[in-house]
Design a protein. Structure first.
Length: 201
């Protein structure tokens, strides 16, 4: 156990900013402007676009957070993570803010890291559109996210409706609810976004 805690401490102390000049992030799917790539045998680099701060975490397969940090809003560099102290296994590098979220699966095997594009999940803040009076269409742009939850709360934070969103679009008829403000909480378990709507009859 001491060795594992020491490994986490080494991991946390080993992350650094790697100067990359004015390299622009390759958006891949067009979402969020973020890219994760292998930089050395057991090192990865995450590219982010300047303009908003980004929360970053490294999580193991059991859901334990091994590292959590923030990439500053004005950063024009790639952020590197040295994973040399981690044993073979499955890990996730997650990044996001109030507008988007992504999770990149990382596999360490035989003292080398693999970044597989097929294990990349991305989503952006959902769009809520009124398609009729008190009827809302939720659109959740996502890549490799099989399902998300939609929970609707009233002004007193009481859950009034919950559904599973399979695909990227779902419609909700709120005409049976009393007048007032309602909050939609949308997303998979790992990341959820909130949006407020008003109902008036």
């Amino acid at each position: 156990m001491k060795k594992f805690r020491l490994s986490i401490a080494v991991l946390v102390s080993a992350w650094s900013l790697a100067g990359m000049g004015d390299v622009k992030a390759d958006t891949g799917s067009g979402m969020s402007g973020v890219k994760v790539e292998k930089s050395e045998q057991k090192k990865v680099r995450i590219y982010t676009q300047p303009g908003a701060s980004v929360d970053v975490a490294i999580i193991d397969a059991d859901g334990n957070v091994l590292y959590r940090g923030i990439i500053a809003k004005g950063a024009k560099r790639a952020t590197s993570f040295n994973l040399n102290s981690l044993p073979d296994g499955q890990y996730y590098l997650t990044a996001g803010n109030n507008a988007w979220w992504m999770s990149q699966g990382l596999t360490i095997k035989a003292n080398a890291i693999n970044v597989d594009e097929r294990s990349l999940q991305q989503l952006t803040h959902p769009t809520l559109t009124a398609y009729e009076k008190n009827k809302i269409e939720v659109t959740l742009p996502a890549k490799n996210v099989d399902e998300a939850n939609v929970s609707i709360y009233d002004a007193q934070n009481v859950l009034v409706q919950t559904e599973t969103l399979k695909g990227s679009v779902r419609r909700f008829d709120l005409s049976g609810l009393p007048d007032g403000a309602y909050t939609f909480v949308v997303g998979p378990n790992q990341k959820q976004f909130t949006t407020r709507v008003d109902i008036q009859h």
